[in-house]
Design a protein around this ligand. Structure first.
Ligand code: ADP
Length: 306
């Protein structure tokens, strides 16, 4: 979790609250004291003393104090949330800069190698394949950032098309994941001929992000299983991996914008923390839900239901 710094404004706020509380106590004390003086004077002049106001001051003071405490708690929690978001945003900027630079540098290196050296046909194919997968990685990252920007500015418009979702899912898996196919075993359990009225971009972004994560957070040569089935009139898309899994206490936070488990110093995987945020928002746009569970015996299981 990113550390929360810059608590300066919060300290000023606490000082102000402490000042208000001291002032409140001071006023209460004076009112009670004046009340006693008035009572004494009235008694000295032989008139009936006013009703004792101590309980009124204590009662009203307590209500004010409770309201103030509730306000302070609310402001404190929203300040902490803002500070965490700002810290994550900073991490995002650092990692996105790196993520954008590294595929560009790799593609440049691959092309320079081809230009400078005579390489065998086989090697040339390998270099070109690597260059293509680096540019695909870059394209996927840019797509994710643009999609997140659209979601943020509320300009993402759903456009539904009737498709054979079974075929479309197979298509996404086979076409867009050449890199994953090289490093992982892909298992599919797709119910055939599932007709559906759906926003294709939202569905493919969800599946691609889940697949990318399954590949990133599981060891090479482990199996990634993708299931598509209809149950109880809902469609369920499941992506399962045999990777590091997600600790119970992180399961709800991973869907927050820019959130990544662990600290920037200890993390070895590349990423921006936008993937699952996009998945969650798009799942809601499809009138669906996204849930995460533990896969058995290990790894994670993400299920989209809509
Ligand atoms: P990132 O760009 O870091 O992958 P995401 O929003 O896609 O961002 O995911 C947020 C965090 O959730 C990741 O940093 C990772 O720690 C965790 N996570 C996501 N998918 C998986 C998975 N399949 N297995 C284990 N951890 C995962």
């Amino acid at each position: 979790m990113p550390s929360v710094s810059k608590s300066g404004p919060l300290i000023i706020f606490y000082i102000l609250v402490a000042y208000i509380v001291i002032q409140l106590g001071w006023w209460g004390y004076h009112i009670i004291e004046q009340n006693e003086e008035i009572t004494m004077l009235r008694l000295a002049h032989g008139s009936t003393p006013e009703r004792n106001k101590i309980w009124m001051v204590i009662g009203e003071g307590s209500v004010f104090f409770i309201l103030l405490a509730l306000g302070v708690l609310k402001i404190r929690s929203s300040f902490k949330k803002e500070a965490k978001l700002a810290a994550r945003q900073k991490n995002f900027l650092l990692s996105v800069t790196h993520e954008l630079k590294s595929p560009i540098a790799s593609v440049k290196l691959y092309l320079e190698t081809l230009l400078k050296r005579e390489v065998e046909k086989e090697k040339e194919r390998e270099i070109l394949f690597n260059a293509i997968s680096e540019s695909e990685r870059l394209a996927a990252l840019v797509d994710n950032i643009l999609l997140a920007a659209k979601i943020e500015s509320d300009t993402y418009l759903l456009s539904k098309t009737t498709v054979n979702l079974s075929e479309y899912t197979e298509e996404i898996i086979s076409k867009s994941m050449p890199a994953l196919r090289g490093s992982h075993k892909i298992k599919t359990e797709i119910e055939p001929n599932m007709e559906c009225d759906i926003d294709l971009l939202a569905f493919s972004s969800i599946l691609l992000n889940l697949l990318e994560n399954a590949g990133k957070y599981s060891p090479k040569q482990s199996t990634i299983t993708i299931k598509l089935e209809k149950n109880n009139r809902a469609i369920a898309l499941t992506v399962m991996d045999e990777g590091i899994g997600i600790p119970e206490e992180e399961k709800s936070t991973i869907f927050q914008k820019f959130y990544r488990i662990g600290s920037e110093e200890t993390r070895s995987t590349k990423g921006t923390g936008l993937g699952l945020y996009i998945v969650k928002v798009l799942a809601e746009k499809l009138n669906g839900t996204i849930t995460v569970k533990n896969n058995s015996p290990k790894g994670s299981l993400f299920e989209l239901r809509f």
